[in-house]
Design a protein around this ligand. Structure first.
Ligand code: AMP
Length: 130
């Protein structure tokens, strides 16, 4: 069965899209640690980042770098933190989290509750800077 992220790529489940190309896709995390918290994924399904072939892995990192630059510009954060976990969704994803202090990266922090309009405008602002 397709992963939830494949269903997002296929448009079966809505998302706040930030970026898409032939091999990669990025969208806002629905439970953001910070405004602009973005997930960057390969379109190919694999549940563990270090199982990706070298080309897909390197390409994913380059796309994450490109999006991180736009995210930093959009959110005016000090830097963008990077985390890979995958304990919940078995489809490789890189978390990009705008951060101003170390504690911003704690996944045990309460998640933000943002309106659909705000999520949409955040995604659009990041996307236009890529
Ligand atoms: P993890 O697999 O532990 O790296 O966490 C999966 C992440 O995916 C969590 O931060 C969730 O909030 C996020 N997530 C799960 N479902 C969706 C969805 N439909 N749209 C956006 N983000 C999601």
């Amino acid at each position: 069965m397709a992963t939830i992220f494949t269903r997002i790529i296929n448009g079966e489940i809505p998302c706040y899209k930030v970026y898409e190309d032939e091999k990669y896709f990025a969208f806002l995390d629905i439970n953001p640690l910070k405004k602009g918290h973005t997930l960057v994924i390969p379109k190919v399904e694999d549940d563990y980042i270090f199982n990706l072939d070298d080309e897909t892995y390197a390409g994913l990192c380059l796309v994450a770098k490109k999006i991180a630059k736009a995210l930093k510009e959009s959110t005016k954060c000090q830097r963008v933190g990077v985390t890979v976990m995958g304990m919940e969704v078995p489809h490789v994803h890189i978390h990009l989290v705008p951060m101003d202090k170390e504690k911003d990266m704690l996944f045990s922090n309460p998640k933000l509750e943002l309106s659909a309009d705000e999520m949409k405008s955040i995604a659009e602002d990041i996307a236009k800077r890529i």
